[in-house]
Design a protein around this ligand. Structure first.
Ligand SMILES: *[C@@H]1O[C@H](CO)[C@@H](O)[C@H](O)[C@H]1NC(C)=O
Ligand SMILES: *[C@@H]1O[C@H](CO)[C@@H](O)[C@H](O)[C@H]1NC(C)=O
Ligand SMILES: *[C@@H]1O[C@H](CO)[C@@H](O)[C@H](O)[C@H]1NC(C)=O
Ligand SMILES: *[C@@H]1O[C@H](CO)[C@@H](O)[C@H](O)[C@H]1NC(C)=O
Ligand SMILES: *[C@@H]1O[C@H](CO)[C@@H](O)[C@H](O)[C@H]1NC(C)=O
Length: 425
């Protein structure tokens, strides 16, 4: 009965908390996490003490010889702030979870934070690796798959009491892994089966705890694997997620790039605004792209009508004539040479406009591609002077020592605007 009562109670809590959408309190790092420095954390809002902050090492040790010096830190506190020494080496990472008495993870989970280096190494003893009291194991080994049962097991020798396990999603939600049907088998020790209702691709830390404290069983970082049967029947809107809100902890260095998070004070309303803005911007951009494509096609049709067919001076250019792929600009406007297949018109136009100096091998055709692209704007106003440089380029053609690139250039420029303007007049 006792085993039943506690999952029911925590489920009720989750249901009570979710409609609010936000924890009743938030927390922030008051100082940048620094090697052997004091790490301060402050609570704001109305939590119910006592609090606890759990610091879980993440990523590999920064020592090249593989020595791991970081132990899981579980720091209780009762007032609205706490300060303790962070005995983690610089350039290592961790995740922090703050809880109050209402349940594990109630204050939110930080993103993966980065420890800043310092000259103080008094708290680090790298002469030997630390080790948990006991080890949590997974079966199948080191693998968690969406909606697929995994056995979490341990060897009872050094475990005191019945262990419990935390699931921690960096920048997302943290929770107590439900335990039921604990039994002992010969090959996988004592354990239970857990079906993770966590979406594939999510990063998840599993932390082992027993009566001696939190983290005594060590921790394991995994990425939730793809369910090959596409089974997502275990997922619903209450599933622990990495996107439920912005990372807790305020502003602090994350990962090795030293980037900071956006800050815990960002409300979900702001996020919605950003998403809506992104969608609107995307739609407008798509419309602009479609319009651009349409006009380019129209203009090319007109040109075709009035223009002589481009003269193919060089057999080599036949290779350049390809049929249009759907959604691709007409051949004439295609960036030439075709460097990398670009999915959008925009990108291809700008890349063709860029290489003015054109000294970098076959990818640039010294200047002439610019004429082609800019003339789309000037053609209707009829600017023959601008177009005349085409003739000059023909002169380049005459040069016997010119490279094949330059010859190609001539062919392209000859096709274009002069004939069009002449006909118009
Ligand atoms: C860290 O805090 C302790 C007391 O809590 C203090 O004695 C020490 O000077 C502090 N260290 C730094 C670097 O501020
Ligand atoms: C590992 O490297 C660190 C620093 O590079 C050194 O202080 C430590 O003694 C080494 N540990 C072992 C076990 O060799
Ligand atoms: C239990 O702990 C002792 C001392 O830390 C260690 O030597 C032993 O290997 C541990 N046993 C298991 C099964 O982990
Ligand atoms: C232990 O429990 C698992 C599922 O939780 C089950 O598949 C297995 O058969 C059980 N083993 C024994 C020996 O009861
Ligand atoms: C372990 O974590 C839970 C949840 O945060 C907390 O209530 C408990 O006091 C912690 N235990 C210890 C020994 O720190």
């Amino acid at each position: 009965m006792a085993a039943l009562a506690s999952p029911v109670r925590s489920a009720t809590k989750v249901l009570l908390l979710l409609p609010i959408g936000v924890a009743s309190f938030t927390w922030t790092f008051q100082s940048t996490p620094t090697q052997c420095g004091n790490l301060s954390i402050a609570i704001s809002g109305s939590g119910s003490p006592p609090y606890n902050v759990l610091i879980i090492p993440s990523g590999s040790t920064p020592f090249t010889n593989g020595t791991e010096v970081r132990k899981i830190i579980s720091q209780p506190f009762s007032s609205n702030s706490v300060s303790f020494k962070l005995n983690y080496p610089g350039e290592s990472q961790f995740v922090a979870v703050v809880s109050d008495s209402t349940g594990f993870g109630s204050g939110g989970t930080s993103a993966t934070a980065e420890v800043t280096s310092s000259s103080d190494s008094s708290c680090i003893d790298a002469s030997q690796s630390v080790s948990p009291n006991w080890f949590l194991n997974l079966d199948p080994t080191n693998q968690i798959v969406q909606c697929t049962a995994t056995r979490i097991w341990w060897s009872p020798t050094n475990v005191s009491g019945t262990p419990s396990f935390f699931g921690v999603i960096p920048g997302g939600q943290s929770f107590v892994i439900p335990e039921s049907g604990i039994n002992t088998t010969t090959d996988t020790g004592t354990g239970f089966s857990w079906t993770p209702n966590i979406r594939e691709g999510t990063t998840l830390h599993i932390v082992g705890n027993d009566d001696k404290g939190n983290g005594t069983g060590g921790s394991s970082r995994l990425t939730v694997g793809n369910n090959l049967q596409n089974d997502n029947s275990c997922l619903n809107q209450n599933s622990p997620s990495s996107t439920a809100g912005s990372p807790a902890g305020g502003s602090y260095p994350t990962d090795t790039s030293g980037d900071s998070t956006g800050g815990g004070s960002t409300s979900s309303g702001n996020n919605t605004g950003a998403i809506v803005g992104g969608v609107v911007g995307g739609v407008v951009g798509l419309l602009a792209l479609i319009l651009l494509l349409y006009f380019i096609r129209r203009r090319t049709k007109q040109n075709r009508r009035f223009n002589e067919k481009p003269v193919d001076l060089l057999p080599a250019d036949e290779a350049d004539e390809r049929t249009n792929q759907p959604g691709e600009p007409p051949e004439y406007y295609r960036p030439d040479p075709f460097i990398v297949p670009e999915p959008t018109v925009d990108e291809s136009l700008t890349t063709s406009g860029r290489p003015l100096s054109g000294s970098e091998g076959p990818s640039s055709r010294s200047g002439t591609p610019d004429l082609a692209s800019t003339s789309t704007g000037t053609r209707k106003t009829g600017a023959p002077r601008i177009l005349r440089p085409v003739n000059i380029i023909q002169h380049d053609d005459a040069g016997p020592s010119e490279s094949a690139q330059n010859k190609e250039v001539e062919a392209e420029t000859i096709e274009l605007p002069p004939a069009y303007t002449n006909i118009r007049k």
